[in-house]
Design a binder for this molecule. Structure first.
Ligand code: ARG
Length: 488
């Protein structure tokens, strides 16, 4: 429905034709802000009536026409350059010239900025909810697997044994910051530009705070030029989403690698197969989660590139800024929900994980720590274990004898001068090796359990904040409807 076959009230006859008309129109893309625009129109008209800029009867007439627009939905709108023009055209078509009073003391510039902010609030709350879902999945996995040892990797090589819980908590903690970043973005999105008009305010006695209140905005953006022209709230949102998507891509990649090594079994629901190789179980879903970071970072880049160098005040470039964020928020929210599901349904094969945990002499650092704790300088202990690792690489199994031989060569005295065989055996065991790393934030089961208690509480706290924000939007919506009903 990009058609501009008939001129709308803004374009009139002079601007009604030409080959660029569908290029110019945002009407299709504006479907996303259909409800937002109705709310913005209603709040504006109620305020105009309260300020005696329009009479109560005029307000009632316009508000009734807006009800008809709502019933006829976006598809029922007349042609128009954008949704703002189309709704106004419909109102004037229905009620005659008095409908033209709706656009008193405003511009499409503050109007569209308000509509984007109004709709984005809802999308941000959905994105935040998805992060909470993913965090809950990770916390559940962590709670079930505080004792499940697994190999930990750096450079994709076995590095030190860790636990499934410690791995899961690492992503939970990152996603908690994503939740926080989205809440921060929400606070700046939830400000009203209405009343800024084109960019330079208005001669009418508007009550900007009142419109903000009617729409559930937390406050008013003061300077009218900034209020109508800025899209930094889009940048902030797109950036928080791109950061979240980047975390998810790491999580997805880990699961792809773990699945490849047989360290995790992904549920069939989150896997796919090959059209030719019937035996294949491929982690396609997670590969798509991984790819979403590309879309999200492209969206952020597209947005910033569009905004760069735009002069004050409104420029039509801004019409092409918004869709980057709609695309990002949809893709990233969906990817977050999918990642949450994949984590929640994955199976961690404990025996296999434990068997793999010590591979590649991953206990070496723990043994070096033990020697260092017994008085040997850490650098010398590192040398002992490096020599032991070299021997292990040549085919020896990491063992007390191997470490003792290396120690004697480096230290020129028996290892037993420093530590007992028992202590070394313990450090060589992946389970005890992990248990010994009980520094703050370490993987020792006790340490992770303490972390989990706090992380679970933080997650519930964020859930309560989310509920509160959603409720205040619903309440504002109810209040606005009541105000409107008082007129019609
Ligand atoms: N469709 C436009 C947008 O998305 C609305 C604002 C048009 N304003 C203007 N002065 N041409 O930005």
């Amino acid at each position: 429905m990009t058609g501009l076959d008939d001129s709308d009230v803004v374009r009139r006859e002079r601007f009604s034709g030409g080959p660029a008309r569908s290029f110019l129109s945002s009407l299709d893309a504006d479907e996303r802000i259909f409800e937002a625009d109705l709310a913005v129109d209603r709040a504006h008209v109620v305020m105009l009536a309260e300020q005696d800029v329009v009479s109560d009867d005029e307000a009632a007439t316009i508000l009734q026409a807006l009800d008809v627009v709502e019933v006829e939905e976006h598809a029922g709108l007349p042609a128009g350059e954008d949704i703002h023009a189309a709704i106004e055209t419909s109102v004037i078509d229905q009620v005659g010239p008095v409908g033209g009073k709706m656009h008193t003391a405003r511009s499409r510039n503050d109007e569209v900025a308000a509509c984007i902010r109004y709709r984005l609030r809802e999308d941000l709350l959905d994105a935040i909810e998805a992060t909470l879902l993913a965090r809950e999945s990770l916390l559940t996995v962590a709670t079930e697997h505080t004792e499940t040892v697994m190999p930990g990797f750096t450079h994709l090589q076995p590095a030190q044994p860790t636990t499934v819980a410690h791995w899961a908590c690492s992503y939970q903690q990152a996603l908690a910051r994503d939740t926080a970043r989205l809440f921060d973005a929400y606070a700046r999105v939830n400000q009203s530009p209405l009343g800024a008009a084109a960019f330079a305010g208005t001669t009418f006695d508007v009550d900007r705070e009142r419109v903000a209140e009617l729409l559930g905005f937390d406050g008013v953006l003061d300077n009218a030029t900034d209020a109508s022209a800025t899209r930094d709230f889009l940048v902030e949102t797109a950036s928080a989403l791109a950061t979240l998507a980047t975390h998810l891509s790491g999580l997805a990649e880990d699961l792809v690698v773990f699945a490849n090594k047989g360290l995790v079994d992904l549920a069939d629901d989150y896997s796919s197969t090959s059209s030719i190789m019937p035996q294949k179980v491929n982690p396609d879903t997670l590969e798509l989660v991984r790819a979403t970071a590309g879309d999200a970072s492209a969206g952020l880049n597209g947005l910033l590139t569009t905004l760069k160098g735009l002069p004050r005040a409104y420029n039509r470039d801004l019409q092409r800024a918004t869709p980057h964020v709609w695309a990002s928020v949809d893709a990233v929210t969906e990817a977050t929900e999918v990642a949450a599901g994949a984590v929640a349904t994955a199976d961690w094969p404990e025996e296999k994980l434990e068997a793999a945990a010590g591979e590649g002499f991953s206990t070496a650092t723990g043994v070096a720590d033990l020697l260092a704790a017994s008085g040997i300088p850490f650098r010398t202990a590192h040398e002992v274990l490096a020599l032991a690792a070299e021997t292990a690489e040549e085919g020896g199994t990491p063992s007390y004898d191997l470490v003792a031989a290396a120690a004697e060569e480096v230290l020129d005295e028996p290892l037993s001068t420093y530590v007992s065989e028992d202590a070394v055996q313990t450090a060589l065991d992946p389970v005890s090796n992990v248990a010994a790393r009980d520094s703050l934030g370490g993987p020792a089961p006790e340490t992770v359990r303490a972390h989990l208690a706090e992380a679970t509480e933080d997650c519930s706290g964020d859930e309560a904040i989310l509920d509160c924000l959603a409720e205040s939007l619903d309440a504002a919506d109810d209040d606005l409807r009541e105000e409107v009903t008082a007129y019609v």
